[in-house]
Structures are given as structure tokens and as C-alpha cells.
Design a protein around this ligand. Structure first.
Ligand code: MCN
Ligand code: MOS
Length: 764
């Protein structure tokens, strides 16, 4: 007999348990009661504490390090300098490119930015390590530094040909256009500032290394540690059950990790190293500062005829960070002629890194400000000009959008916001001493499809375990995977426990580019489906099962109880059935990899980012979209700007959990308000150091800065983007917020600020 199995889960019952339900965060209680233990909160026997010593110059050489006093200080176990550091191997980059066979030293002699790690002190207690670190004397030969993008020494930089996008004849069409605007837009260095600083505990058992470290990519970081120490990948275990925010900053193993793990190996003791808040500004890179020029040519009705875009971002002296500044520019509007090119400029900074919507975010500040300028130039409404230039297909690849509900987003947002009541002229809306301005801007972020594995286990008591080495840094992974397993298996969500954040679990790739939810719901759906198939298969065919005599070809599970679909025959709980079958567990591993993938391909998939599917693969171009409507109030005397209202309409396809998706969008919008009005890494021009390297001086929004934010979902299921029809939600919300605010400020004041953040001195 061949058993044909169909499934009937809990989806039809609706409610919060199923995918699409507004279930509250399942990890919420552990977090608010303090039961959630973060990576560096592990208590280990014999723990020693490491503290970093960092360069105070931005360029030059370490002439000498005098550690005599530090070594003699109370409790000191080890002072690490380049002279006594363990020789490590250079690890491959995140694409998995084979590294050069040269030794790697995480402590620098050649200084290329201020804040580089030059030594580390390890002591019995944290306080002893801090005190001894202050006694390490470093002498430098200082050379002139290029402090930032605007340094006269910086030059035009290196052209990045891979970023060039061109079609038609953009310069001729611009010259011929009846209406032309051309402006430059700049964004400063910005920082992810997650609440939980970077840090780790490293412990060795022989040649096995365990690292408790907050991470957006356990498998990728494990690979780096394994390569540094030339041990097998399987010998490294990364653990991070909870992550206190990352925003792009926690995807890679960094030099401080190599320092702590080396010290642990040398001392034969576990070592804990946690960055101070100031160190988090240089221990890894924030968003690169950028400069863009945009020339738009249009006809008298505001139809774009040409876009000419040139972008520059900063990178470090030894690393190559490209912030793709033409990414939103190339796809937002139907421009028949287009040219975008990009350069990078080397400056004395830590290599910049990923920060929520790298590329699309600063790119949108350029194009979404420029089109607003064009609207005023032509004399039409800023919303109308966007609709007039609506891209019906991807203008770059000329492929169909998988789904693009942007028109719907404009309509829903405008309706909710009351856009039709806007008066066109700048400074025409006022409330007492406040100049009121309304602005609109759109945003987008590509759908990155990749691979993930999940293990799903049905246990004897009828409970279900889901395991994956993916992570939850606040987005809601625990919750949506519990919902996916509950729905697929037909059990109440309380019966499901999700375990994440251990690289020895079933593997997952990087949690970056808003891909994890789509990837992991797909993997859990598949694994849970396989486990259910096996359970039903046994129930129908095992002689010990009461269903065996039914001669049925399927069974259904609802509310954790299993029965025939039409209700004849017995009805058992999963626990009762497991007991009759004499089984402790039924488990299945599912992944979203192509069938027949080899082990090597699997390893590559989870430890490099080389194999994610391009978002324009096949016949479709896949993106999430949004439209932000913003009201600002500008104090006429003081130039202070307050955002008083935000309505954003979002297209992220089907939502796995609307409550959590809304929270993602609001988080992105809040971060966008910070970017627009507050955030700026200020560089000391003498020493190339970030001056405001703390949360007192690097300003991020507080509750008092944030108005009511209304978010509306206009997405429809997009099965070209993911197994369950969702598109990414984690990053798209920030994209377009800053230009919407800048556009609103122009409407309020008549002053166009093209240089973020919009601070009061730029307005008065
Ligand atoms: N979601 C949903 N329906 C969808 C898509 C997503 O309900 N169609 C919800 C789910 O709750 C899911 C969450 O949104 O857990 C995010 O899903 P996704 O867009 O796939 O993003 P990732 O899980 O890959 O998370 C990474 C993304 C990135 S790249 C950054 S940067 C960022 C972000 O998430 N950093 C964050 N959101 C963050 N949120 C918090 N709290 N902290 C961070 O550091
Ligand atoms: Mo997000 S910046 O891709 O981690």
C-alpha cells in the first residue's frame, strides 16, 4: 500500500498560533524577567578578564610598547602585544575566498586608524585588567592621517566598476531636458549602537573552542575562528541564545575575538572580553559616510528623462567597503536614460560595515530628496510626481516585479495621513510659532533568498522542539518559527519550544539583508512537514497503532490531537500515539537547499554568503517597498525640528506575524528619525578620532523624540520571494525616512538640507 499523505494543520483555525497570527514574543517573558542569559553572562570556572589597549593616533607605527609596569600590576596574568601574540592564520573573507597564506596578528604595529587594538591585558578580575591596561605605555611614530571623506588629501578615490549601471544616453538626455536639477547630498558616519556591546567568552578544551559571543552569523563566525586557529570547523562552537541587537554589526568575527581566544589558549583558562561603549565605535565599522550628486532631467510635466548619479563612500586603508549608493536610484523610477557610478575613498578609519539597509538607505536619501526638488521645480505635488514616474517593471533589469504594492502604499498612506489637505507652497502651513511641513518619500530593499536548515522533533509527551543555528536579536525569530511549527504540525504553540543560537544545531546562514524570516520559516515548514509525514505514516502502517486497521490514507492533527479527517475511528493526543508506537521522538531535518546538494555545497552555503540567490534571478525582480508620510514642526526662532506624525505603508508580502512586522517597521522608522535629525560620528580633525564615541554624545532618539507612528501593511503573498510568501521586513522601514523628513523640513521652512543630520544650525 502506498500512503498518500495530506496535512491539515491549525491554519484554518486562525488565532495567534498560526503563521500570520499576532502572537506576542515567546521570548518576551524570559527577557523581561531577566531569565534570558546573554552570551557574556555565562558563569565559568576560572574566568579571566581581558581589556583592550587601543591606538591614540590614526596613522603611523607603534615604535615601542612598555608593558613592564602593567605586567607587575596586581592580578595580571598576561599582557599581549604583537611581540608575544600567538601566530594565527589569515581567515577567508565572507565570500569564502581562499585567504593568502600569511600569518594574522590581531594586534597592530602599523596603525591605520585611531582605536586600533595594539595590546591587551588579561587579569584575574576586570578591575585589575582595567587598571593594568592604563599602565601600558605605547610610543608611536605618527604620520599625517586622512581623517575623512572631506579631507583635502582624500582625493577622488577608486572607481568601483561593478557598481556602474547605465542605459540609454543619460548625459545627452539630461542636456536636452527642459527641466533640470542637480544637487549634492551627504550622509555622515553613523553607528549601529546595539544595547548589548560586542564581547565574548572564549574557552578551550584541548583543540576544541567554545565561544559565547553575540552574533548574527554563528556558522560564519565559527568558520573564521576555525581558520584562525587551524582547527576543524566542527571543533568550534559558537553560542548566542539571545542577542541584544546587532543592526548589521555582529555578522563577523573580529580582531577582539581573536585576541580573547588567543589569550584563553595561552593561559589555559576561559577569557572574557567585553568592549567599552567607546570601543564599540572603532572595534568594528558603522555606516560609511557618503557623498552623492544627482542630476535629474525631466519634461515640463515632471516625467523623468534622465538620471545621472555619482556616488562616493569612505572605506579604510586596508579594507574595501562599498556602500551601493546607486541601488535605490536605479529602480525607483522609470527613467529611460540612466547612469550611476561609484568611487570609494580610503581614509584612516576602521573598515565601515553593514548598518540597517546598507546602500539602499543613503541611496534613497539622494534620489528621494532629488525627486522632491524636481517636484517643486516643475510645480507639481511631490506624491503626484512619484506616481507619474512609477516604474511598472524593474527599469534596470527590465524584469517584472515579483510584487510591487508601492502604488497601493502611496494611496493607503496618503489617505490615512490626509495628504490631500496639504497646501503646496513652502512655509504655507503654520501652527503658532511652529512651521509645519509635510513630506513624502519611498523606500525599498531587495529580497535576499538563501538557505537554512532546521531540525524538528516531536517528543514522547507530544511537545515539539525546533532547533536552528539561526539567531534572534530582537526581530522575532523564536516566535515566528514556533508559529510555523505549530501551524504545520497542528499543535498549540505552547507545545513548541524553539532553540536558537548554537552553531552545533542545524545550520543557518547570515542574519543579514532581511533574509532570515523567509529562509527559516521555509526550513521549519519543510522539516515540520517531514516529521508530520513520518508520524502519520507510522500511525497508518504500524501494527501497534489504533489507526492501522482504519485503511485510511491520511490523518489530520488539530490542537495536538490526531484523527481521521472525517472523524471516524479513534482520536488520540500525539503523546498517546507516540506511546502506542513506542517512540521517544520523531525527528526530521529540513532545509531550503536545492535537492541533491553536496556536503561541501551545504558547508559553503552556511559559512559564506557566496551562494544566496540573486534577487533578480529568473524572471522576476524581488523587493520590499514602502511609502513614508511625515509631518514636522520647526520652531521658527530656534530651528529645532520635531517629527510630529508618521504614517508609513509597507509592502513586505505576506506577514508571518503582523505584530512583530509592525514592530520591525517602527524600529526602522525610529532609526530613520535618528538618522535624519541626530546621528553623526564627529571626527576630531587633528587625531582622526571619533569624538562623540558614547551614548551621551552620539545621539539616538529617545521616547520623547518619537511621535505616534502608524504603519499599514499593503503587501500580498509573494511566492517568488519565499516559501510562505513573505518578503523581508527588517530593513526596509528605515529606507526613505530621512528624505521624507528632509522633504517635510523643506515644505515647512523653504530650506533644503542636503547634508544629514538636519540640525538647527543648518536651518537658521
Ligand atoms: N517578519 C514578518 N513577516 C515578513 C517578514 C518579517 O512578520 N514577511 C517579521 C518577523 O518577526 C521576523 C522579522 O520581521 O522575525 C524580521 O525578518 P526579516 O526581515 O527576515 O529580517 P531578519 O530576520 O533577517 O533580521 C535581520 C534584519 C536586519 S538585516 C537588521 S540590520 C536588523 C533587523 O533585522 N537588525 C535588528 N531588525 C532588527 N531588529 C532588532 N530588534 N534588532 C536588530 O539588531
Ligand atoms: Mo542587516 S545591516 O543586513 O544585518
Amino acid at each position: 500500500m502506498t500512503v498518500h499523505i495530506t496535512r491539515h494543520g491549525d491554519a484554518s483555525d486562525g488565532g495567534t498560533d498560526a503563521v500570520g497570527g499576532r502572537l506576542s514574543r515567546v521570548d518576551g517573558p524570559a527577557k523581561i524577567t531577566g531569565a534570558a542569559r546573554y552570551a557574556v553572562e555565562q558563569h565559568l570556572q576560572g574566568l579571566a578578564y581581558a581589556v583592550l589597549v587601543e591606538s591614540t593616533i590614526a596613522a603611523g607605527k607603534v615604535q615601542s610598547i612598555d608593558a613592564t609596569e602593567a605586567r607587575a600590576a596586581p592580578g595580571v596574568l598576561l599582557v599581549l602585544t604583537p611581540d608575544n601574540a600567538m601566530p594565527l592564520k589569515t581567515a577567508s573573507d565572507w565570500f569564502g575566498n581562499t585567504p593568502p597564506d600569511v600569518p594574522y596578528c590581531p594586534l597592530a604595529r602599523d596603525i591605520i586608524f585611531s582605536g586600533q587594538h595594539v595590546a591587551a591585558v588579561v587579569a584575574e578580575t576586570f578591575e585589575q585588567a582595567v587598571a593594568a591596561a592604563a599602565l601600558v605605555k605605547v610610543a608611536y611614530d605618527e604620520t599625517p592621517a586622512i581623517v575623512d571623506l572631506n579631507d583635502p588629501k582624500a582625493g577622488d578615490g577608486i572607481p568601483i566598476d561593478a557598481m556602474t549601471k547605465e542605459w540609454g544616453d543619460a548625459s545627452a538626455a539630461f542636456t536636452a531636458a527642459p527641466v533640470r536639477i542637480c544637487s549634492a547630498y551627504t550622509t555622515p558616519r553613523e553607528y549601529q549602537v546595539p544595547m548589548e556591546p560586542h564581547g565574548l567568552i572564549a574557552a578551550w578544551q584541548g583543540d576544541r573552542l567554545t565561544v559565547w559571543e553575540p552574533s548574527q552569523w554563528l556558522d560564519g563566525m565559527a568558520r573564521t575562528y576555525a581558520e584562525w586557529f587551524a582547527i576543524p570547523f566542527e571543533n568550534v562552537r559558537l553560542v548566542a541564545p539571545y542577542v541584544g541587537g546587532g543592526f548589521g554589526s555582529k555578522a563577523l568575527a573580529l580582531s577582539h575575538g581573536a585576541i580573547a581566544a588567543s589569550a584563553a589558549k595561552m593561559l589555559g583558562r576561559p577569557v572574557k572580553l567585553v568592549m567599552t561603549r567607546p570601543q564599540t565605535f572603532t572595534g568594528y565599522g558603522g555606516r560609511a559616510s557618503t557623498r552623492q550628486t544627482l542630476a535629474l532631467g525631466a519634461d515640463a510635466e515632471g516625467r523623468i528623462q534622465s538620471i545621472v548619479h555619482r556616488g562616493v563612500n569612505e572605506t579604510s586603508m586596508d579594507g574595501m567597503w562599498v556602500e551601493p549608493l546607486g541601488s535605490t536610484t536605479a529602480i525607483m523610477y522609470a527613467a529611460p536614460n540612466f547612469s550611476s557610478r561609484q568611487n570609494v575613498v580610503r581614509v584612516n578609519t576602521v573598515t565601515p560595515g553593514a548598518m540597517r539597509a546598507p546602500g539602499e538607505n543613503p541611496s534613497a536619501f539622494g534620489i528621494e530628496s532629488a525627486i522632491d526638488e524636481l517636484a517643486y521645480e516643475v510645480g507639481i505635488d511631490p506624491l503626484e510626481i512619484r506616481l507619474r514616474n512609477y516604474a511598472e517593471q524593474d527599469p534596470h533589469t527590465r524584469k517584472a516585479w515579483s510584487t510591487r504594492q508601492l502604488r497601493e502604499a502611496f494611496a493607503a498612506g496618503a489617505e490615512r495621513f490626509g495628504w490631500s489637505k496639504r497646501t503646496a507652497a513652502p512655509r504655507s502651513m503654520r501652527d503658532g510659532n511652529h512651521l509645519v511641513g509635510w513630506g513624502v518619500a519611498a523606500g525599498t530593499y531587495p529580497v535576499r533568498r538563501a538557505y537554512g536548515e532546521a531540525m524538528v522533533r516531536i517528543l514522547a509527551d507530544g511537545s515539539v522542539e525546533v532547533e536552528s543555528s539561526s539567531i534572534d536579536m530582537g526581530q522575532g525569530t523564536y516566535t515566528i518559527l514556533a508559529q510555523t511549527a505549530a501551524e504545520t504540525l497542528g499543535v498549540p504553540v505552547e507545545q513548541v519550544s524553539v532553540k536558537l543560537g548554537d552553531s552545533h544545531f542545524a545550520r543557518a546562514g547570515v542574519t543579514g539583508g532581511s533574509r532570515l524570516a523567509g529562509v527559516m520559516t521555509g526550513a521549519v515548514f519543510k522539516a515540520a512537514g517531514q516529521a508530520l509525514d513520518e508520524l502519520i505514516g507510522l500511525a497508518l502502517s504500524d501494527p501497534r497503532s489504533p489507526f492501522e486497521t482504519l485503511q485510511a490514507n491520511t490523518l489530520s492533527v488539530r490542537g495536538g490531537r490526531i484523527a481521521s479527517p472525517r472523524g471516524e475511528g479513534p482520536e488520540l493526543s500525539i503523546a498517546e500515539l507516540m506511546s502506542k508506537l513506542g517512540r521517544d521522538s520523531i525527528e526530521a531535518k529540513g532545509d531550503t537547499m536545492p535537492a541533491n546538494s553536496t556536503l561541501e555545497e551545504r558547508y559553503k552555503n552556511y559559512t559564506t554568503i557566496a551562494m544566496a540567490l540573486p534577487h533578480t534571478e529568473g524572471d522576476y525582480s524581488r523587493y520590499s517597498w514602502c511609502a513614508h508620510f511625515v509631518e514636522v514642526r520647526v520652531d521658527e526662532d530656534f530651528g529645532t525640528v520635531r517629527v510630529s506624525r508618521v504614517v508609513s505603508a509597507m509592502d513586505c508580502g505576506r506577514l508571518y506575524n503582523p505584530k512583530l512586522a509592525e514592530s520591525q517597521w517602527k524600529g526602522g522608522i525610529i532609526m530613520g528619525i535618528g538618522q535624519a535629525l541626530l546621528e553623526e560620528g564627529i571626527v576630531d580633525r587633528r587625531h582622526g578620532r571619533i569624538v562623540n564615541n558614547n551614548l551621551g554624545d552620539y545621539l539616538v532618539p529617545t521616547n520623547a523624540d518619537i511621535p505616534d507612528i502608524e504603519v499599514i501593511s499593503v503587501g500580498i503573498p509573494d511566492l517568488h520571494s519565499s516559501a510562505l510568501g513573505g518578503k523581508g521586513a527588517g530593513e526596509v522601514g528605515i529606507v526613505g525616512v530621512a528624505p521624507a523628513i528632509a522633504n517635510a523640513v523643506f515644505h515647512a521652512t523653504g530650506k533644503r538640507v542636503r547634508d544629514l543630520p538636519i540640525t538647527l544650525e543648518k536651518l537658521i
